[in-house]
Every structure is written in structure tokens, then in C-alpha cells.
Design a protein around this ligand. Structure first.
Ligand code: GLN
Length: 540
């Protein structure tokens, strides 16, 4: 039978619940368990697809095309269980489903209420991943205990043990123990309050994971155990990791969280296999090389807006023990500044995906700089479209070329809507979304990186390379590196006469893991490293 672990957070938000949940998932997988990860978000949006990156950070896309919370990115980077539509639910989605059922008369005349109808819908969502081969489902609740909008979710969590047995459920509560400089003390009271609140709802946590800047010490751990009514061994400290988020699982394993979970849930686990992970951390701690990559985007000041891109760059550096220094360059600033001023001295330039005109001309400038100065260039989605527009303007001589996303009436719509996209006006989930196959051209840089002809990558966009321009681009030196298998949609453009210039319509950053870096990110970082080494060894 499938067991359930619930992860809640208390005291403050941004404690890294997603990372902790993902790390627990990893440790259980490394003990031979078949794990499914799941995130519940108490906001009313049906999915984060329509939310601004300022509000929400990146939208993480799954193979099946669902647009999900960025915590699912942590899940996929740490664990291997498949994620799908049932891996992320929001209040909006749950209510949409309840209201639809009500309209269909499914409730047979009942007054439809939060309890039991919404909570039943939530329990169904929580158990939607159960199966004979699934050992554990880990469900993380977004937000903090005490949020009004989180209450129905916690009520559903409270009820699940009544349905499947308390012994098959485990509650992990993540809290903060702050250090007060004036008192020179760690303070446990906020954690006590947070647990009181949880117990008021009817949930007694089994394990407390304590985020703290400094080691808790035995006294504090014992105090928390006593006041929060958990066993001493179940107070697990998670001291801030300054080097890398990939250290988190090892820290939790040192504090034996995996053993405790196995014992409490009576799981038939094997020994913990973490040798390759330890080796990874060793490489991260001992970098031998360094490269600087400029990421040119609209939301560079927002830590989470390009989360998967930053992580994928790091992953590609890990295997060659290369520390990747990311220079965040604002596309808006580039519009008014000289490219030289903001981009000189970097070893590679990456323009990520995006929507809307703001900063687009800055991105074009970044591409031009990379192309002309022979700096490795990696374009992703809007970064690919920028590359196409730049090439059309400055190499083909179509000075007015543009994407119709930004200029409806341009005489040279090198990026445009194809017929089937034109009919769509609804904003939710109406893009080309999710996994699509792509055939690589055998003489492309991409083929060299992937080492195979057919690949599958995730998409999230509306606009496409205009096929009418294909021949002109090819003749002028921009090679089509990959297309949809029917050869209709252009997926990759490359410039063969350049050290490394690859721009893709899809999002490779959603398929990179620390121990399994994405081939294109590897190729890009390799090229950047070569450039770096040439530069440092060049006579001044
Ligand atoms: N705005 C562009 C489009 O919709 C690019 C999207 C993206 O970069 N994800 O096609």
C-alpha cells in the first residue's frame, strides 16, 4: 500500500520546503523506494501559467504540457519518479472541478461545502498518485501554516490518516529557529507557536526539520522536542548551506532523517546509496576551472525567474569541475548601454525565454555582440527568436525584421504565428506546450552534443520561425540544426562558422539533473571554458 508523507512549513515562507521535500524524496529513492512527488498550491489561479515571474518565479513545464510550480523543478532535479498533471494542484483547479461537478448535478442535491466536498476533492488529488508499485507519495503544501487559504488543504491532510491509517502517514513540519543577535541566542518560540497552530488543526507533526543559521545544540533540540511533543531524534536540524543546494540531502542524511522515516512508516528500505552524490559534492567543493556566463533577461533581479537555467548551467559545470559564475545582465539596461560595457569579459552569453516587448531590443544587442565577437551563444525560446530576428536584420539586411509578437505589421515577419495558433485567444494553456519530438540534422552542433538524431524536448511558446525564410537563412550561413519530425517547424538554428552558436525553440533547462547534465548545456559550458582558457593564456 502507498504511504503518504506530508510536508508543511511554519514561521516564515521561503524556508526551502521544496528543496527539503525533494531531498527527502531523493534519500528514499536512494534506499530503493518508488517515490512520487506532489505540490499543492493554495492560490486561486488554475495554474501558474498566467502569473508574472515577479509573482511566482519560473513556470516549470512537464512532459505532458502542464505548467506547474517551480518546486516541481527541484523534484525533477533531485528525484526520478515521473511527474504529470497530478503532481501539482491549486485551489483554482480544485474549485473548478468541484463547481463543474455541481453544475453536472453530481452532488445529487446536496449543499456543496468546503467540508466535505472540497476536502474530498483534495483527498482524491492527494491519492491520485497511489498505485501498487508506488511506495511513498510526498505531498508538499505551499505557503505557511496559519494562512487562511491553506486551511482546507490542512483539513484534507488531517483526514487522510482517518481513511488509510495513521501508521501509513507521516507529517514533516519545516520551521525556522532564528538567531537573535542582540540576545546572542537561537529562539525556539516561533517554532513552538507554529506547531501549536498545526495541532489546533488536528495535526501532530512526527518530524520537525529546523532551518537555522547556526547549529541548534542539544539543549534547544530537547526543548523543541518537549514543547512540540515530538521525539528527540525527530528534531532534525538543517543548517544553512552556503555552497550548494545539492548539499541539503547529505545534511539530512547525516541527521538520519531517512532512517527515521523508514522506521516510522515501516518501509522495507535497502541501504542508503549516496556515493555518486558525495562525489558530486566533492567536485562542487573543489572547482578547478571557472567561466563567466552572461544571462540576459528581463527578470534578472528576481532570484527564481530563470531558476532552471541557472541550475542547468551549474550542472554542466559540475562534471568538469568548472565553477559557473553567472553575470545577470538586464535586457532593459542593454537597450540604452553599449553592449561592450555590460558584456565584455564574459565567456558565454545566454538569452533565456520570455514574453512581451520589454527588453527585446537589448536581447537583440546581446545576440549581435555574441555573433560578431565569436562568443559562445546559447539562445532558448525567445533567445532563439531574438537570434533569428538579429540575423535577419544584420546579416540578411532586412532591417525591419521582427517577431509579430512585438510588431504586427512588420514587412519581414521572420518569427510569426502559424495558422493553428492564430485561432486561440484564451490565455491558459493555449501555447505549444510539453514534450515534442525533434529531428536533428546530422551535420549540426546539436547532433554532436546529443549524439543521436531523434530527441524529445519541452516547449512553451506561441510564435514560430517563419518557414518562408528558411532558404534565405541557410544561404546566408544560419543552419537549421533541427526540425519537427515532419520538417514543418524549425526547432534549432545554428551558425556553423562560429565557435558555438546554438539557439533552440524549446526549453532544455527542464531536463537537466546534477548527475545528468543536459547535452546542450554541456556543449555550451565546454565552449565557454575553451574561450576562457584561450583568453587567459593569450599574451596581453
Ligand atoms: N514569447 C515567445 C512565444 O510565445 C517565446 C516564449 C518563450 O520564450 N517561452 O513564442
Amino acid at each position: 500500500m502507498t504511504k503518504h508523507i506530508f510536508v508543511t512549513g511554519g514561521v516564515v515562507s521561503s524556508l526551502g520546503k521544496g528543496l527539503t521535500a525533494a531531498s527527502v524524496g531523493l534519500l528514499l529513492e536512494r534506499r530503493g523506494m518508488n517515490v512520487r512527488m506532489q505540490k499543492l498550491d493554495p492560490y486561486l489561479n488554475v495554474d501558474p501559467g498566467t502569473m508574472s515571474p515577479y509573482q511566482h518565479g519560473e513556470v516549470y513545464v512537464l512532459d505532458d504540457g502542464s505548467e506547474t510550480d517551480l518546486d516541481l523543478g527541484h523534484y525533477e532535479r533531485f528525484t526520478n519518479g515521473p511527474l504529470n498533471r497530478n503532481s501539482n494542484f491549486t485551489t483554482g483547479q480544485i474549485y473548478q472541478s468541484v463547481i463543474k461537478k455541481e453544475r453536472m448535478g453530481d452532488y445529487l442535491g446536496a449543499t456543496v461545502q468546503v467540508i466535505p466536498h472540497v476536502t474530498d476533492e483534495l483527498k482524491e488529488a492527494i491519492c491520485s498518485q497511489d498505485g501498487p508499485d508506488v511506495d511513498v507519495v510526498i505531498t508538499e503544501l505551499g505557503g505557511t501554516v496559519g494562512d487562511i487559504e491553506g486551511l482546507p488543504f490542512l483539513e484534507a491532510f488531517r483526514q487522510v490518516p482517518l481513511d488509510i491509517g495513521r501508521e501509513n502517514c507521516l507529517f514533516i513540519h519545516l520551521t525556522l529557529v532564528p538567531y537573535l543577535k542582540a540576545a546572542r541566542e537561537l529562539k525556539t518560540k516561533p517554532t513552538q507557536h507554529s506547531v501549536v497552530q498545526l495541532r489546533g488543526i488536528g495535526i501532530q507533526p512526527d518530524i520537525l526539520v529546523i532551518r537555522t543559521e547556526r547549529p541548534l545544540g542539544r539543549d534547544n533540540a530537547e526543548k523543541i522536542a518537549l514543547f512540540c511533543n515530538v521525539e528527540k531524534e525527530a528534531v532534525i536540524e538543517e543548517v544553512d548551506k552556503t555552497l550548494s543546494i545539492y548539499e541539503v540531502p547529505l545534511g539530512l542524511a547525516e541527521n538520519k532523517i531517512d532512517q527515521l522515516i523508514s522506521k516510522k512508516l515501516n518501509l522495507q528500505t535497502g541501504p542508503l546509496e549516496m556515493d555518486d552524490w558525495k562525489e558530486l559534492i566533492h567536485k562542487i567543493r573543489n572547482p578547478e576551472h571557472e567561466v563567466t556566463i552572461a544571462v540576459v533577461g528581463k527578470y534578472i533581479e528576481h532570484r527564481d525567474a530563470y531558476k532552471s537555467i541557472y541550475e542547468s548551467l551549474d550542472h554542466a559545470g559540475f562534471s568538469s569541475q568548472t565553477r559557473v559564475i553567472i553575470k545577470r545582465v538586464s535586457a532593459d539596461d542593454l537597450e540604452s548601454e553599449e553592449a561592450e560595457l555590460l558584456l565584455s569579459g564574459v565567456d558565454g552569453i545566454l538569452v533565456p525565454g520570455g514574453f512581451g516587448a520589454r527588453g527585446f531590443e537589448g536581447k537583440i544587442k546581446a545576440v549581435k555582440y555574441a555573433r560578431e565577437k565569436q562568443i559562445p551563444y546559447f539562445g532558448i525560446c525567445l533567445g532563439m527568436q531574438s537570434a533569428v530576428v538579429e540575423f535577419a536584420r544584420n546579416v540578411l539586411g532586412c532591417t525591419d525584421a521582427n517577431s509579430t509578437e512585438f510588431e504586427d505589421t512588420t514587412a519581414n515577419p521572420v518569427i510569426c504565428l502559424l495558422e493553428e495558433q492564430k485561432k486561440i485567444t484564451n490565455k491558459g494553456g493555449t501555447m505549444r506546450l510539453g514534450a515534442q519530438d525533434c529531428r536533428l540534422s546530422p551535420d549540426s552542433k546539436s547532433f554532436e552534443c546529443y549524439g543521436k538524431e531523434m530527441i524529445s524536448e519541452r516547449h512553451r511558446h506561441r510564435y514560430e520561425f517563419n518557414p518562408e525564410y528558411r532558404q534565405r537563412f541557410e544561404q546566408a550561413g544560419m543552419h537549421i540544426g533541427g526540425t519537427s519530425p515532419d520538417d514543418v517547424l524549425v526547432e534549432i538554428v545554428e551558425i556553423p562558422d562560429h565557435p558555438w552558436y546554438v539557439a533552440v525553440q524549446y526549453h532544455p533547462e527542464f531536463k537537466s539533473q546534477p548527475l545528468n547534465p543536459h547535452p546542450l548545456f554541456l556543449g555550451f559550458i565546454d565552449a565557454a571554458l575553451s574561450r576562457h582558457q584561450e583568453r587567459v593564456s593569450a599574451p596581453v
